[in-house]
Design a protein around this ligand. Structure first.
Ligand code: NAD
Ligand code: ZN
Length: 376
């Protein structure tokens, strides 16, 4: 089968790989019909991780079940399913409590498994014609009869819609509150959209790309362009002294508007622009430190974070991978019943054969390249 393979930094290609096959009785095989490129794929793509060459990327997958293992009894051939990016077993101590992003059974050194990801197991990704789904009865979200008609909405349930929502959950966004979101990429846009679904009275999105700030307005938020003067001052003024809640949706790849890397920027900016006693949800990825020789990762894991200001303001912080399972059924019902349409961020739907080119554009943050759905 054809699949998008990681060959080294900024080098991916669609190649012939061995077919996805049932390895355990609880697996199913899904014929992938939509698979997104995500900001998280760029950690691997840019060569900042321990990703092995030859592996298939892709963790935002949707498709049709074409084969089921002997131990699968809920999911059936022909079902259209969306797959949470987390691979969870459903019965370990973390999955039982809903923390499927930290599954203890996944074939990974750290808690939590994911398709096509470094340091989260060896599961193949879904930017391919077919995908093996482990613990399929648990991991498949079986979609309703409008699955094909709303495919570009439902595929957002694999990651970024629940992840954006998770940021607002970590920050405990409540009706009437003001919320500032750092990062107007797909995840930040979904956090802004989710804050509005939760009844926020005001949502601000900080970025410097005009196309993304325009989409923030489509999500019902006000764009704050940090290339035009002091964005913290702008936020304090717009929110009468600070936002009630904040969401971090950039991660260690934060830059200043001049293009210099500043991985600590968004954390310190959030502490400054959120009110005392406010809460901050961090879903942007900060890669762990390497215990060995200093590497690029070491610098990205350790941040010069202003803990003093954070402590004096009595703020709270929540972090980590989204537990997609915990949200995707209810967010799916919002799509099904017409109350959410996350596909408003989709800029391109392209055949898998154009994936390498699409990665290049998305990695360069070329204007207009917000969210790409690949159609194998
Ligand atoms: P993206 O790279 O497309 O978007 C990031 C945006 O941040 C860009 O628009 C960029 O212009 C902006 N930005 C850069 N520096 C900034 C700064 N200092 N202030 C404000 N904005 C700034 O990525 P994405 O797909 O939206 O993902 C965002 C982050 O979320 C990534 O780190 C990704 O890995 C992470 N993520 C986490 C989870 C999870 O489960 N926690 C899931 C998916 C993605
Ligand atoms: Zn993703």
């Amino acid at each position: 089968m054809k699949a998008l393979v990681y060959q080294g930094p900024r080098d991916v290609a669609v190649l012939d790989v061995s077919d996805a096959r049932i390895e355990r009785p609880t697996d199913v095989i899904v014929k992938v019909t939509s698979t997104n490129i995500c900001g998280s794929d760029l950690h691997m793509y840019e060569g900042r991780t321990t990703m092995e060459t030859g592996r298939t990327l892709g963790h935002e997958n949707l498709g049709e079940v074409v084969e089921v293992g002997d131990g699968v009894d809920r999911v059936k051939v022909g079902d259209r399913v969306c797959l949470p990016f987390n691979v969870g077993c459903g019965f370990c101590a973390n999955c039982e409590r809903g923390f499927t992003g930290f599954c203890l059974s996944a074939d990974s050194d750290t808690p939590g498994g994911a398709y096509g990801f470094a340091a989260m197991g060896t599961y193949a990704g879904g930017q391919a014609e077919y995908l093996r789904v482990p613990w399929a009865d648990f991991n498949c979200l079986v979609l309703p009869e409008d699955a094909e008609e709303k495919e570009s909405d439902y595929v957002m349930l694999a990651d970024i819609f629940p992840t954006g929502y998770h940021a607002t959950e970590l920050a405990a966004v409540s009706p009437g509150e003001s919320v500032v979101v750092y990062g107007g990429g797909p995840v930040g846009l979904m956090a802004a959209y989710s804050a509005n679904l939760r009844g926020a009275s005001q949502v601000l999105v900080v970025d410097r790309q005009s196309d993304r700030l325009r989409l923030a307005e489509e999500a019902g938020a006000t764009g704050v362009d940090d290339s035009r003067g002091d964005h913290i001052e702008q936020i304090l003024e717009l929110t009468d002294g600070g936002a009630d809640k904040g969401c971090e949706c950039v991660g260690y790849q934060a830059h200043d508007p001049q293009g210099d890397e500043r991985p600590e920027a968004t954390m310190n900016d959030l502490v400054a622009s959120v009110k005392a006693t406010g809460a901050i949800g961090v879903v942007g990825v900060f890669l762990p430190q390497d215990d060995g020789a200093p590497t690029e990762l070491t610098q990205q894991g350790k941040l010069p974070f202003d803990f003093g200001q954070f402590w004096f303001k009595g703020q709270r912080i929540g972090t980590g991978q989204a537990n997609v399972k915990a949200y995707n059924r209810r967010l799916g019902d919002l799509i099904h019943r017409g109350k959410a349409k996350p596909s408003f961020i989709v800029s391109h739907e392209l055949p898998l054969s154009q994936a390498a080119d699409a990665y290049r554009h998305f990695d360069d943050r070329d204007p207009g390249w917000t969210k790409v759905i690949l159609k194998p």
